[in-house]
Design a protein around this ligand. Structure first.
Ligand SMILES: *[C@@H]1O[C@H](CO)[C@@H](O)[C@H](O)[C@H]1NC(C)=O
Length: 216
């Protein structure tokens, strides 16, 4: 998975090529499309920029970048496939305009063309890679999705753990405070008792010593 990040490093040496390409690419796509369904395809741009890099880029990185591009294409294909039935339904009901339907159809065509481009491109690296690149890309997408889910679950568990620890800490503190309060109260009661006993004693003593005085 890390190997897919490496092509990005090569872009450091390709900034001029990249920005030039992006400029042209954006101009071309903005002419071709009125309103784009998908955001810009950075994975596609990155691959083409690497391919057109002045500095020779190891084939290994080109293949990794192409796989990234394939992952993006598969992701978009899935979205188009998921959205299509609902859009068709809305279209039949007249709930959406022709514009939206046309944008969608364009996006769909573009995805199909992108898949074809990638398949052709793949065969330039390995014969018949076109037959496996998309299933590999789909697996990697699934893997990434799982990883994101797992990370989310882990974060949730950690938060829960932290919350519980904090609660325990709080309870312990409260228990300690309550214990201290009880100790103080017990001590006060003890002192009170002692004082009462002393008073009692003094009264008795007074009674004894007062008697002779009273006789005087
Ligand atoms: C893969 O490429 C080969 C050779 O170009 C071609 O004959 C075959 O139909 C392609 N297969 C797929 C699934 O695109």
């Amino acid at each position: 998975m890390n190997s897919l990040l490496l092509p990005a490093l090569y872009l450091g040496g390709c900034i001029a090529a990249m920005s030039m390409f992006s400029y042209i690419y954006r101009r071309l796509t903005s002419v071709k499309q009125v309103e784009s369904w998908f955001p810009e395809n950075h994975d596609k741009e990155r691959y083409i920029a690497l391919l057109n890099c002045d500095i020779p880029v190891p084939e290994f990185h080109l293949r990794a970048a192409l796989l990234r591009r394939a992952m993006q294409a598969v992701h978009r294909l899935k979205e188009v496939q998921q959205e299509k039935p609902a859009l068709q339904q809305l279209m039949r009901m007249g709930s959406i305009g022709d514009d939206l339907w046309r944008d969608f159809s364009l996006a769909e065509q573009e995805v199909v063309m992108e898949l074809q481009d990638i398949a052709q491109e793949a065969n330039t690296y390995k014969p018949n890679w076109n037959q496996t690149i998309f299933s590999t890309a789909a697996q990697m997408l699934e893997h990434e999705k799982q990883k994101v889910l797992l990370d989310e679950m882990k974060t949730m568990r950690e938060d829960e753990q932290k919350r519980r620890e904090l609660q325990l800490e709080q309870e312990e503190k409260e228990n300690q405070l309550a214990g201290e309060r009880r100790m103080r109260e017990a001590k006060k009661a003890e002192e009170e008792l002692l004082r009462m006993e002393e008073d009692e004693q003094q009264k008795k003593n007074k009674g004894k010593s007062n008697k002779p005085k009273a006789k005087k």
